[in-house]
Every structure is written in C-alpha cells, then in structure tokens.
Design a protein around this ligand. Structure first.
Ligand code: FAD
Ligand code: MG
Ligand code: MG
Ligand code: MG
Ligand code: MG
Length: 555
C-alpha cells in the first residue's frame, strides 16, 4: 500500500492531474448498498455526493415496482413494464456507482466486510453455485427486504404460490391460464373441473385482497368470452385468520370490501387458520374450535405476511439482537450495537426513543427558572424541540381521534384552567407516558422504504455535518434549528384495489373514498410514481391495451 502511495507521489511530479485523481479514489469512502428494492433504489436515486465510492450488491439486477405485482398475475400489466434495470438507474449518476450481481451471505461488522456469492455460476466452473468473494466497506447500508412467512405450516412450501418477486407473478399468471385450459379438456368430471378451478387465497391483507379482485375481473371480463364452458365452475376462497380482511384499513373500507366480495361471489372465511396443505387439499381450523375441515383446491396463493431473511437473522444474533423480530435501528437508521451500519425498509424497524426515558432532561430544559414546577406556557416554548426528537408527540397531537396534547396536561391536574396549571415532574411523566403508549412500528411498505432511502441519502449527502453531530440534532441547545432531524415518516395514504375498477383509498386525516373515482386516482398516482419515463410509458400503454383488447390469455 505504501508502495502505491509512493508511486502516486512520484507521478504527481510529472503528471499532476493523474496523481490527483488516484489519490482521490483511495481517499473516497466506500459505501456498500445491499439490495435493489424500494429502499436501495431510493437511496441510490437520491445520493448525489461524489465523495463516495458506491458498490451495490444484489442478486437481482433490476428494481420491481411491487404495488403493480398483483396486476401482473392476471395479465392486466406485463411483467417487463414494472421492472427497471438497476444499471439504468445508476448510470445516470455523477457518482462512482458500480453494481455486483450477487447475494450477501454474511456480514462481518468487526472487520467491516461482507461475504457474497455470485447470483449465477460463471462459465468456467462446474458447480451450479456462484463464486464467493468478500467486499470491504466504510459504510454498509442494509436494504435486503424481507421474505414470505409460512409460519412453518406444513405443506406450504411446495404447494403454494407466493407473490413477492416478478417471477412469482409470472408463475401465477401461467398457472391461472393453465387451470382454465386444463379444466376445459374433455373426459373430466364436473367435480374434477371444479377442483381445478378452485382458487384459494390465504391471507386477507392488501395483496390477497387485490389478487382476488384481479382474478374475479379476469373471470368476469375475459374467461367469460374465452372459456365459456367452464366459467360457472370458478370458485374463489379467501381465508383470513383474524375477524376481518384489510385489518390495517379504516372499518368503512373493510366493510365495503367484505360486502363487495359477497356480491362478487368470493367466499371469505374469517377467523380461519390454515393448518396443513397437501397436494390436493387445504385444511383449516375455525377460531376457538378443534375441528379441522379440508377442501380440494386447484391453486393456492399464500400471502400472510413477512419474516426476516436468514442473513438478517444471523446478523442479529451476531450483534446481540437475537431476541428481536426485526433488525433494530435508532431514529437515524443506524443499526443498534454496530458502527457505520445502516438498515432500512422491510428488514428493519426503528427503535423509537420514548419521551419518558428523557423526562428529567425535558423537564429541566422547560423549567427555565428552576422552580420545580412546569406550566403549559413553559412547555409550549420547548414543544418544537421535543417534537423534533420524539415524533410520536406530534403524531399524538395531530390525530383527530385523540385529545389535544395540552388537554392531557390539563387533565393531569383535574381539568384546572390552562393558565394556572403547575405540574411536578412526576405529574408531567404520567401525562407524557400516554404519548409513548400510542407509538407504533412503521408498516412494511414501499412508502416507508422509499422515504427512508431518500432520508438516508440526504444524510449521506451531508455526512460531514453528520459526523460533527453524531447524535443527530443538537437536542436541547435552544437554537431551534436541527441539522439532522431523525427520520420522520409522512403517511401519504394507502390504496386497496378491490377489482371491478373500484379502489378504496384512505388518505391522511381519516379521509376515505371508495369507488371509481379513487380507481382513477390510483391510476394517476401509480403512473406518476414509476421510477422512469420508460416504465411509465409501458405501464400506461398496458392499461390502455387491456381496456381496448382485454387481457392476453396465452401462457
Ligand atoms: P425489497 O423491495 O423487497 O428489496 C429487497 C432487495 O434486496 C431486492 O432487490 C432483493 O433482491 C435484495 N436482496 C435480497 N436478499 C439479498 C441479499 N442476501 N444480499 C443482497 N441483496 C439481497 N407497499 C406499498 O407501500 N404500497 C403497495 O401498494 C404495495 N403493494 C405490494 C404488493 C406486493 C405484491 C408486495 C409483495 C409488496 C407490496 N408492498 C407495497 C410492500 C413493498 O413492496 C415493500 O414494503 C418494499 O418492497 C420494501 O422495500 P425493501 O427495499 O425493504 O425490500
Ligand atoms: Mg431494497
Ligand atoms: Mg421492490
Ligand atoms: Mg422484499
Ligand atoms: Mg421497516
């Protein structure tokens, strides 16, 4: 190494510019990004500080626009239209970004190294597995997402379809069409045709519900014309373990979805757990009963939720997070118990600091005259600082469903008039603990992953500041200006497409809309969210093509 430095130095005498470039590269901090999904893509798109040398490692050399995956399953949108090659995304950068088609198999934080395995075997080896190699880093960004969770239910692996990757969607599409072709063959009994055309969806979350709607549309709009003899034999069943589908949505949406499915002849089995799946039958158990019932099926989609990848489970054990459910980071997305490692998206959760943990400090800072008593006025003065550090306070105040924050302080004092209230530290603590109790983990969505990627890129763009203030914002310095606020999620609302050109939308402020108008909102938002003009054009033309010509039923 010192030898190379010497050479560079000698060069400097003859050719200043070359030596300079060389010295620059060796000084550049190496950032390694794992994953080319929502979080990784968003980080790469927003990073613009050329003092880094970035290496992207992912077994998948493209980004997938996951919200449109369900549309691929029945041919509303083509698979190609929702993927963007990662090399297209990184080549537009002014920064030195390289890509490596490989899977990270181990993280070694002590030596700042990761171990990788090439995604495809190279030509000159006999083994089917790709070669292994190590990559060093200065900063590691983990954005590997999550995997399907089977909850160890016997028979799921091997008998069910999943819907996570683009190949999954393509396989489902092929299988759906095959089912109709098979059921149309001669010499089958009515029972056999019915079995083949029984589509089961396990999990009544957004993905399961959307797939059911897509399938119902396909049957109503295209199968009717293409397979008229078997159309009446189709059955769609949704199995959900809890009491309602679309749990995470407003009750109005849940209700609408359930009644729409009833009208559409989609059989929704609520409070039903899948206990076993064999090649021909799926067994379920109703909540609170010991009896299992089995039914024959043709195809099952398993979409019950996500679990951590083995790489992440391993890493968590290594850094003493073995008993947690997801990789924990602080509010700046830094992995707890590990230097220079960041994690975001579905593989991570933010361990939000509780207000109550810092109650003494907050109290002291608000109580400027050291009287040991806090007034509403004193608290209001520091509220902005508190909110910057503890976003849950803001969440609490903004929401219509809960009382205003000052009301809590007043109530702690038996509803005295605002001006006269004086709280001791103990009373203050009790009043604030309710705020912490409303804290929720962020959902595993593209929206969160996308915002986290953009946030982290901004931090990296201004890393010098960040290094001066490693703890983020100068918490209570009274400037009111925060250099590095913690990550704050802005919920922009969510959609649940239900089929039949109807979508349920739940926007901030408890605004709910269901029907054709929100379907158009959905079309326009999903067109605008595409990562490139290329995919945008492809997706929109797929939609138009389907409106005019119907779905392509070859497979
Ligand atoms: P991912 O996007 O899953 O990306 C993970 C990346 O890491 C991939 O590129 C993967 O190849 C790579 N990787 C995996 N293992 C390794 C490894 N060992 N080493 C290196 N790289 C690795 N969210 C919404 O907000 N709205 C929606 O409408 C919506 N619809 C959805 C529909 C479906 C069918 C699905 C499956 C998800 C949907 N989501 C939606 C959720 C959203 O897709 C995820 O929350 C989001 O993809 C998470 O982003 P991520 O970057 O953490 O993970
Ligand atoms: Mg990612
Ligand atoms: Mg993705
Ligand atoms: Mg994932
Ligand atoms: Mg997360």
């Amino acid at each position: 190494n010192s030898n190379r430095g010497h050479v560079a130095h000698a060069d400097a005498i003859t050719s200043n510019s070359i030596a300079h470039a060389d010295a620059n590269t060796s000084k550049k901090k190496k950032v390694v990004v794992l994953g080319t999904g929502w979080a990784g893509m968003s980080f790469l798109k927003n990073l613009n500080n050329s003092t880094y040398e970035v290496k992207v490692v992912s077994p998948r050399n493209f980004f997938v626009f996951t919200p449109l995956l369900p549309s691929v399953t029945c041919g509303k949108v083509e698979a190609r239209s929702i993927v963007e090659p990662i090399r297209n995304i990184i080549r537009k950068k002014n920064i030195n970004v390289s890509y490596c088609e490989a899977e990270c198999i181990k993280i070694d934080p002590a030596n700042k190294k990761i171990y990788c395995r090439a995604a495809r075997a190279t030509l000159n080896t006999n083994s089917k597995q790709g070669e292994e190699f190590a990559v060093g880093y200065d900063y590691l960004i983990i954005a590997v997402g999550a995997q399907v969770n089977t909850f160890n239910t016997p028979g799921v692996e091997g008998n069910c379809h999943f819907l996570k990757e683009i190949e999954d969607a393509q396989k489902i599409r092929k299988n759906v069409i095959e089912s109709f072709e098979k059921a149309s063959l001669p010499n089958l009994s009515e029972e056999e045709r019915k079995k083949i055309l029984h589509f089961v969806v396990v999990g009544g979350g957004p993905t399961g519900v959307e797939f059911s709607g897509e399938l119902r549309d396909f049957v109503n709009e295209d199968v009717l014309k293409l397979y008229p003899t078997v159309q009446h034999l189709v059955k769609i069943t949704v199995i959900e373990a809890t009491d309602h589908v679309l749990n995470m949505f407003d009750k109005r949406i849940t209700k609408f979805a359930e009644s729409k499915f009833l009208r559409d002849d989609i059989d929704v089995k609520l409070g039903s757990m899948v206990t076993k799946i064999t090649e021909n039958e799926i067994s379920t158990k109703a909540k609170g009963s010991d009896k299992t019932t089995s039914m024959p099926y043709g195809m099952v989609l398993w979409s019950t939720g996500i679990g951590q990848r083995p790489l992440i489970k391993d890493f968590m054990k290594q850094i003493g997070q073995g008993n947690r459910r997801a990789l924990a980071t602080d509010e700046w997305l830094r992995v707890e118990g590990c230097d220079n490692v960041y994690a975001l998206g579905d593989c991570a959760t933010i361990n939000q600091r509780k207000v109550v943990e810092d109650i003494a400090e907050i109290f002291k800072r608000a109580d400027k005259d050291n009287s040991g008593k806090l007034t509403v006025k004193k608290f209001t003065e520091i509220m902005d600082d508190v909110i910057a550090r503890y976003p849950q306070v803001k969440l609490y105040m903004k929401s219509k469903r809960v009382r205003n924050f000052v009301d809590i302080l007043t109530e702690a004092k038996g509803n005295a008039a605002k001006e006269t209230i004086e709280l001791s530290i103990e009373e203050f603590k009790t009043a604030l603990s309710v705020v912490d109790s409303k804290m929720k983990n962020l959902p595993a969505t593209a929206q969160v992953a996308n915002q986290q990627g953009a946030y982290l890129a901004k931090c990296f763009n201004r890393m010098e500041d960040c290094e001066k203030n490693p703890e983020g914002p100068p918490r209570f310095r009274g400037t009111g200006r925060h250099r590095f606020h913690p990550f704050r999620y802005r919920h922009l609302g969510q959609f649940a497409p239900l089929g039949g050109e109807k979508t349920a939308a739940q926007l901030p402020g408890d605004w709910v809309s269901i029907g054709h108008s929100s379907q158009w909102l959905w079309y326009s938002i999903y067109a605008s969210k595409q990562v490139s003009w290329r995919t945008r054009a492809l997706v929109v033309s797929d939609w138009i093509r389907r409106f005019i010509f119907g779905r392509d039923a070859s497979g």
